[in-house]
Design a protein around this ligand. Structure first.
Ligand code: HAM
Length: 430
């Protein structure tokens, strides 16, 4: 038997309904906050990720699914979405008409990490990216939006951790201080970190190797080296978060695993997932649009890890199961013929209806309806056709009523008290 690849999972019916609810909540949230959807491809030129995420990162160095195309070009399954959204923003000159863009995208990402709880090789992200706004107001508003999302999904046990990674102006001073330490502890660092010390010292602070972590436990924090503008920006973010009643922790060690960040970075962490404690992460990347060939445009965004979020959502799965409203138990060819017509009509007007297609006994059809959790069973056999009435059984109360065969659909609509189309029903709930 062929099994799925390690770290690649099926999301099955029964679970998928909760995923749909999460995605619908995200789409509603984005609409409320003025975001538009964008759907970039899942494969890009490898160079895009190398230039944006950074060659010294674990993602680019160790985790990308990179192949040669038939034409010999290096292509990569996206390990994250930000690079693609930035590429698209530049490629389609979105900045030309209106530089301020709020974009979101939902979809799978691919990283060849060692699978464990909360860590998969194909995983899903909900991404938000904002272009063209330099003000710290948007940093705080994005974190507010993220917390609103979690609260709409009734997620508990999470906290916002924030930091500032400074800018081009303040980083050199910090790198100098860090390099002094790195040159002292070189023997305790892994080979990667020894390379990073020379090329990209900040990345050493993100290393997961225990000896590196120990050696760098007392490393200087970039937040203590911020220039005046970065300090003002970070103070403003904190003030705006306070104003919205968002509690947060300043986490000086939070460096994030991607090179493009500048100034504000943040993670939403949970105590419920062991080592994989980040349910969402993001930050500012003011230099990336320019670095990838676009104009100078500030940008900021985040990604929620859907797989992790699902694991900490406390909502009752059963509440999201979509069960048929009606199961038509038809006995005999003539009844099946009629049932077929009702099922098509009811499905068409948005009433989920099922029937048995193989002429089984009433007992086994009733069992099936029960397993499917149908709200009503409509029973029709030779006897009912003769009388011109079918039996409608409420599967919850077990009450039965007779309804005329010539007004089955009308009567079911009344019994179910639902609107004619699913669309209207959904809008009502909204
Ligand atoms: P990231 O921190 O690499 O950031 O990923 C964001 C979230 O994706 C993580 O917090 C985690 O919940 C989830 N995640 C990452 N890797 C895995 C995995 N192997 N299995 C399951 N979940 C995972 C980014 O990707 C940035 N692009 C976020 C961003 C958007 N920054 C600015 N804009």
């Amino acid at each position: 038997m062929i099994q799925s690849l390690k770290g690649f999972r099926d999301i099955l019916p029964g679970d998928v309904e909760v995923w749909q609810h999460m995605e619908m909540t995200a789409r509603d949230l984005f609409e409320d906050f003025g975001f538009k959807e964008i759907r970039p491809p899942v494969m890009e030129k490898t160079e895009l990720f190398k230039r944006s995420i950074g060659e010294e990162t674990d993602i680019v160095g160790k985790e990308m699914y990179t192949f040669k195309s038939r034409g010999g070009k290096s292509i990569t399954l996206r390990p994250e979405a930000t690079a693609s959204v930035v590429r698209s923003y530049i490629q389609h000159k979105m900045y030309a008409v209106e530089p301020v863009r709020k974009l979101y995208t939902i979809g799978p990402m691919f990283r060849s990490e060692n699978p464990q709880q909360g860590r998969y090789r194909q995983f899903y992200q909900i991404n938000a990216e904002v272009f063209g706004i330099a003000s710290p107001l948007i940093d705080a508003q994005l974190i507010f939006m993220l917390m609103t999302f979690f609260s709409r999904l009734q997620v508990k046990d999470i906290g916002a951790h924030i930091n500032s990674l400074g800018c081009k102006k303040c980083r050199p001073e910090f790198h100098k201080a860090l390099s002094v330490l790195l040159s002292k502890v070189g023997d305790s660092l892994c080979d990667d970190c020894n390379k990073r010390s020379l090329k990209n010292p900040l990345r050493t602070l993100d290393c997961k190797v225990t000896s590196c972590r120990n050696a760098l436990a007392e490393a200087p924090a970039i937040v203590d080296f911020l220039c005046e503008e970065c300090t003002e920006h970070f103070d403003a973010v904190k003030r705006f978060l306070d104003r919205q009643g968002i509690s947060f922790e300043v986490d000086k060690q939070l460096v994030r695993g991607l090179d493009y960040y500048t100034r504000t970075t943040f993670e939403i962490q949970t105590g419920l997932l062991g080592a994989q404690n980040a349910v969402a992460g993001g930050g500012r990347y003011d230099g990336l649009v320019k670095a990838l060939g676009g104009p100078e445009q500030p940008a900021i965004g985040f990604a929620v890890g859907c797989d992790r979020l699902i694991e900490i959502m406390t909502l009752d799965k059963k509440a999201y199961m979509k069960n048929p409203s009606v199961f038509v138990a038809a006995l005999g060819t003539q009844s099946m013929d009629m049932a077929y017509g009702w099922v098509c009509e009811l499905n068409n007007i948005g009433i989920p209806t099922e029937m048995d297609y193989s002429g089984r006994s009433l007992k086994s059809q009733m069992k099936r309806a029960d397993r499917m959790n149908a709200a009503y069973v409509l029973i029709v056999g030779e006897e009912e056709i003769k009388k011109g009435e079918a039996v409608l059984r409420d599967m919850n109360t077990k009450e039965q009523a007779l309804i005329p065969l010539n007004s089955i659909v009308d009567n079911l609509q009344k019994a179910l008290k639902i609107r004619n189309t699913k669309h209207e029903t959904r809008n009502n709930i909204k």
